[in-house]
Ligand binder design. Structure first.
Ligand code: NAD
Length: 257
């Protein structure tokens, strides 16, 4: 499966842990050339074995994507290393914190929007010329796959209004880019995870985790390995060359939009 991903050059933002790391590993297993990305200066221990095993076929890039200039540098560094970019997985993001509406301030709003909206917007912006060049060189569609969220669909948990809105923003922005770039044969799709076991849920106690599990028809959180294949499907021209502008919910039935 996903045989056409072999040799494809894919940058996965936020791939030192959690969902992004699983996506990067599944891409590697399919033979893709993968850029691992994180916001710490050095590659963390979590990916040391991946990098050693991949040799020339993977590299680590560090960038704080809350700043536009770093989004540009990340994309340009990846292209300099791999000679082009065929697929962008825009996954870096996070909750930042929980704030009720009456204690929200500009600083908190900026932090959440910079991490989840500006980072995806600007990384995608700087990727576009390279994705266009990829289409011309390979004849295949190129793809942007962003990590949205169930929160962008249903509003999110307590104190996460800005985070939920940032993901809804991303869902809508991707659909707008479909209108702008389908002529260039660049596809835009979103994977919207439900509740997936990652550091994202480190702020919750066991009772809260159990309560959330009770709202999921499958009765449990998903694993990162259960989410990753959705990204590979949307990255593969052979599997999804006629699919663009869609949100693929991977949530155990938690919501059925
Ligand atoms: P995670 O904390 O394991 O991963 C977050 C990633 O984002 C890390 O690789 C980190 O390096 C990167 N990152 C954090 N701050 C950054 C910054 N300033 N600049 C660049 N990169 C930065 O958590 P995760 O659950 O794997 O999250 C991945 C994505 O999935 C996020 O966009 C998150 O909003 C989304 N998501 C997660 C869930 C879930 O249940 N886990 C559900 C819906 C959406």
């Amino acid at each position: 499966m996903f045989k056409d991903l072999k040799g494809r050059r894919v940058l996965v933002t936020g791939s030192t842990s959690g969902i992004g790391l699983a996506v990067a590993r599944h891409l590697r297993a399919a033979g893709a050339l993968v850029g691992f990305h994180g916001h710490t200066a050095e590659a963390p221990e979590t990916i040391a074995a991946d990098l050693a095993e991949a040799g020339e076929n993977a590299a680590f890039f560090s960038a704080d994507l809350t700043r536009t200039e770093n989004c540009r540098t990340l994309v340009e560094s990846f292209v300099a290393r791999f000679g082009g970019l065929d697929v962008l997985v825009s996954n870096a993001g996070g909750l930042v914190g929980r704030r009720g509406l009456e204690v929200l301030d500009d600083e908190f709003y900026d932090k959440v929007m910079d991490l989840n909206a500006r980072s995806a917007l600007m990384t995608t912006r700087f990727a576009i010329p390279h994705l266009r060049a990829s289409v011309q060189a390979t004849g295949q569609t190129s793809a942007v796959i962003s990590t949205g969220s169930i929160a962008g669909r249903e509003g999110g948990g307590p104190g996460s209004s800005v985070y939920a809105a940032s993901k809804a923003w991303l869902h809508a922005a991707q659909r707008n880019w479909v209108k702008e770039f389908t002529k260039d044969r660049i596809r835009f799709n979103v994977v919207a995870p439900g509740s997936i076991v990652t550091a994202f849920h480190d702020d919750k106690d066991q009772a809260t985790l159990d309560r959330i599990s009770g709202t999921i028809p499958m009765g449990r959180f998903g694993t990162t390995d259960e989410v990753a294949p959705a990204y590979l499907f949307l990255a593969s021209h052979a599997c999804s060359g006629y699919i663009t502008g869609q949100i693929l919910d991977v949530n155990g039935g938690q919501i059925c939009p």
